[in-house]
Design a protein around this ligand. Structure first.
Ligand code: B12
Ligand code: SF4
Length: 488
């Protein structure tokens, strides 16, 4: 066997803060590079592995190092890593791709440590880019990228959307540590993530979809999905799939065909996203029969004014009606995602959302209610509204850790009435929302514990009392011990 061509070495990195799930995008691109004869390495790392990975990149001296990043904490770490590589070897080309550079290509390119940005889906572009860099060609010929030329930024915004997704597949053998991407569920089942379609046709005003996917929805075929998950089942004993599609049920019949075929393969869907208004008795019955454990629904707000403003195409009454329907079925769990702090919101709007979350938990005990703080993601319509109301992006990539709700650091500059305390209160509201779930636990002790925390959280949320949050510290300790992968 001949030694791999050193000039054809490419490294793709994705760095996560706390949890590492499935870096699907990098595996799709890695496969294309591999097929085109490149010697590709994919690093899927935690932040504490940054220094070691920088070392590996410098030593490998690749044709380019490609970084995958979304907006937020990841941007900060990606920047930190890119700077470290640049400081050690200025000849290594640095390429950024993913949601963040797609939405803000100029901002990324302004950084000294970023040479090229790739906008949108990377499967086709990354090979064209690698070929161009290898042959010393003119970057002008590569569609969908941005770069610097004679001190100027050149952005080619003519990005293409992949027509036939089935042409591309993730190559799991590229993972340095496969087990890092497997979650073991309490019943011992091995779970992995999968994305069976891309995009969403809806038009929610806070969502990245408008700009990133142009509201298009494209799917992998039924056969493709079953074939790939069949591989994971056979080769890696994966028995549970968490579908991360933005909207798994755009084509309802296809979605159910996939779930049915999975059941026949002895694989269950642990979670998938569905729009609340399509839920009916029949749909829930079918989901239960197929063993789907959890559905994820966007509730967003308890204020009809806000629901209208964000184009959710839902009303408070429809939301309650759907949870009453769900309450007839106890063997399916629901995550109800709410957002607080939308531009133009008042405390009154926020209280309506909190009260709706609590009411939902009274109707349907097996619900996890999240109250994430609104984040003005560039490219969304509400980003513009946030700008008009006083928001500005972090001045430097190193400040993007504040552009994230994981740690409650988001400055609420688009809300004229909000102060430092407000962001801490928002953070606590989210944590108390998560304690509202009070379905039966795996033992009488757990059931009693859940019930106790439920009552305390409900009282706090209803009475708007968020001082001395000792329950949150208890929850943190519990999760660190029992569920280290959980970001709560
Ligand atoms: C799974 C997932 C996660 C997982 C991460 C899994 C992982 N390692 O990818 C977890 C749960 C950790 C996660 C966390 C967060 N997520 Co997330 N996540 C997703 C989700 C649902 C699927 C990602 C995926 O696999 N897509 C499929 C693959 C094929 O697409 P892709 O990753 O975008 O990659 C393609 C292109 O972007 C491009 N590309 C990507 N990287 C690169 C690199 C190079 C060099 C090139 C050339 C091209 C390129 O090519 C790829 C192939 O086409 C997306 C929504 C979605 N459906 O995409 C949200 C999404 C990306 N997440 C989002 C957010 C907001 C977050 C959080 C910030 C949430 C929060 N507030 O806490 C955190 C950030 C945590 C952190 N570490 O900083 C937003 C991003 C918005 C934005 N402007 O960046 C999205 C779009 C969801 C949404 N609707 O808002 N997330
Ligand atoms: S339904 Fe969900 S994925 Fe679709 S546009 Fe709205 S928020 Fe985005």
């Amino acid at each position: 066997m001949s030694a791999p061509d050193k000039n054809k070495r490419v490294i793709i990195v994705r760095v996560e803060s706390d949890i590492v799930l499935h870096p699907l995008g990098t595996l799709y691109m890695g496969n294309e590079l591999k097929k085109a004869g490149y010697d590709v390495r994919v690093y899927n790392i935690f932040k504490h592995e940054i220094a070691r990975t920088v070392e590996a990149i410098v030593e490998a001296k690749p044709l380019f190092a490609g970084f995958s990043t979304m907006t937020g904490l990841q941007t900060k770490y990606t920047h930190q890593m890119s700077e470290a590589v640049r400081a050690r070897d200025k000849d290594i080309k640095i390429v950024w791709g993913g949601v963040h550079p797609t939405l803000l290509p100029e901002d990324c390119l302004k950084e000294n440590c970023v040479d090229i940005v790739v906008m949108g889906e990377g499967e086709e572009i990354i090979v064209a880019l690698a070929d161009c860099l290898l042959s010393g060609g003119d970057l002008k010929g590569v569609r969908g990228i941005g770069y610097k030329s004679a001190g100027k930024l050149v952005i080619d915004s003519q990005r293409q959307f992949i027509k036939d997704l089935d042409k591309y597949e993730p190559d799991w053998s590229l993972l340095d540590d496969f087990e890092k991407c497997v979650t073991t569920l309490p019943d011992g089942m091995r779970q992995m993530d999968f994305v069976a379609s891309r995009g969403c046709p809806y038009n929610c005003a806070f969502c990245y979809n408008l700009k990133f996917n142009d509201r298009r929805w494209r799917k992998h075929s039924f056969e493709y999905v079953i074939n790939k998950i069949g591989y994971l089942r056979r080769e890696h004993n994966i028995r549970a799939i968490h579908f991360h599609d933005d909207n798994f049920f755009v084509d309802m019949e296809r979605a159910f065909r996939i779930l049915e075929a999975l059941k026949n393969m002895d694989v269950i869907a642990t979670s998938c996203m569905i729009r609340l208004e399509v839920i009916s008795d029949d749909i829930v019955n079918r989901l239960r029969a197929l063993g789907v454990r959890r559905i994820f629904v966007g509730v967003e707000s308890g204020s009809d004014r806000v629901l209208k403003m964000i184009n959710k195409e839902l009303t408070r009454e429809t939301i309650l009606e759907k949870f009453r329907l769900l309450s007839k079925f106890r063997d399916i769990s629901v995550t109800a995602a709410c957002i607080i702090g939308f531009p133009t919101e008042t405390w009154n709007d926020i209280y309506k959302t909190i009260d709706l979350g609590v009411t939902i938990s009274e109707i349907f005990p097996d619900v996890v209610v999240t109250f994430q703080t609104f984040i003005p993601y560039p490219g969304s319509r509400l980003y513009e509204v946030a700008l008009e109301n006083g928001f500005s992006l972090p001045r430097h990539m190193s400040e993007y850790d504040t552009f994230d709700t994981y740690k409650g650091e988001m400055n609420l500059t688009w809300l004229p009435w909000a102060d430092e305390k407000t962001k801490t209160i928002f953070y606590r509201i989210d944590k108390y929302g998560k304690l509202l779930t009070h379905s039966k636990g795996s033992s009488p002790l757990r059931t009693a514990g859940k019930e106790l925390f439920y009552r305390l959280s409900k009282a706090r949320l209803r009475n708007r009392f968020f001082a001395f949050p000792w329950e949150i510290s208890v929850l943190h300790k519990f999760n660190r011990y029992y569920n280290p992968k959980c970001p709560i």
